[in-house]
Design a binder for this molecule. Structure first.
Ligand SMILES: NC(=O)c1ccc[n+]([C@@H]2O[C@H](COP(=O)([O-])OP(=O)(O)OC[C@H]3O[C@@H](n4cnc5c(N)ncnc54)[C@H](OP(=O)(O)O)[C@@H]3O)[C@@H](O)[C@H]2O)c1
Length: 246
């Protein structure tokens, strides 16, 4: 363990970290990192079996079924938890459609998943969050780098970035930040690229300044920094291999 990890470890030791979306990909990597640092972990996701598997994988965690699209359940969900030091919301799906292809339901779905759901979760968690704690939301490279069929998701994740700056003032001294991942190899990309995934990722990697795409641990390290950096608030931390620059 290097000095930075030892610092992170002592800052998270015994803290309660709740990870919404902790059953897969980036959220699972965050859960693993904070568990290794000695935190008590609560995982929230839509499926009891996936929650159980993720909890086993990180050596044990409290498991709560919750869905970003079911905001009426959040009061009972967070009411059942002990005080929270850090709330991390990485949960999300990603579907790309042109505006012409989309339906009104698609637009509502994106707004609910990226704005209404996370904001309602934060609101439900407020009475449980310690004033010394923090919140980390998830944006994405699309907020800054447009792609064909990306307008709806781009708008939704860009709004997350505006939200953290305002909430950092409103909820202070609780710190509020966001992580903005670039292309990261997680199960999310399986549905995105299908059988063409490996080829698409190799092409993307070659064009990035880092010459590789991200792995979930790259993003988890950045989230760890946001959780433990007591002077960081209202920040969007871009972890994209330089994807914004090309
Ligand atoms: N991977 C990338 O390249 C990339 C790039 C930019 C941004 N991001 C963003 O990073 C976040 C994490 O992505 P990932 O790549 O780690 O995806 P992932 O591996 O598919 O994991 C997504 C997680 O979100 C949970 N989830 C999905 N919908 C949910 C809902 N309605 N309510 C509660 N939980 C829900 C899933 O849990 P269950 O299925 O068990 O419910 C799962 O734990 C997403 O917001 C994604 O948009 C990813």
């Amino acid at each position: 363990m290097n000095d930075e990890m030892i610092g992170m470890s002592s800052a998270l030791e015994g803290r309660h970290v709740t990870v919404v979306g902790g059953t897969s990909g980036i959220g699972l990597a965050v859960a693993r990192l904070v568990a290794r640092a000695g935190a008590e972990v609560t995982l929230i996701g839509r499926d009891a079996e996936r929650l159980r598997r993720a909890a086993d994988e990180i050596g044990g965690a409290r498991q709560c079924v919750g869905d970003l699209h079911q905001s009426a359940t959040f009061g009972a969900l967070f009411g059942s938890l002990p005080e929270i030091d850090h709330l991390v919301i990485t949960a999300g799906t990603a579907s790309l459609k042109t505006l012409r292809e989309s339906t009104a339901e698609d637009l509502r779905w994106a707004a609910e998943e990226r704005l209404v759901g996370p904001l309602a979760m934060v609101r439900a968690a407020l009475d449980r969050l310690r004033p010394t704690g923090s919140i980390v939301l998830t944006s994405g490279l699309l907020a800054e780098r447009p792609t064909y069929r990306g307008a709806i998701l781009a708008g939704a994740v860009a709004a997350v970035e505006a939200i953290v700056r305002s909430l950092a003032l409103e909820l202070a001294p609780i710190r509020v930040n966001a992580v903005s991942p670039g292309l990261v190899d997680t199960p999310l990309l399986d549905s995105f690229f299908g059988e063409a995934k490996q080829e698409a990722l190799a092409t993307a990697a070659a064009s990035l300044p880092t010459r590789r795409i991200g792995c979930p641990d790259d993003i988890a390290q950045a989230v760890g920094l946001l959780l433990t950096g007591g002077f960081i608030t209202g920040e969007v931390l871009h972890v994209d291999g330089g994807g914004r620059l090309i």
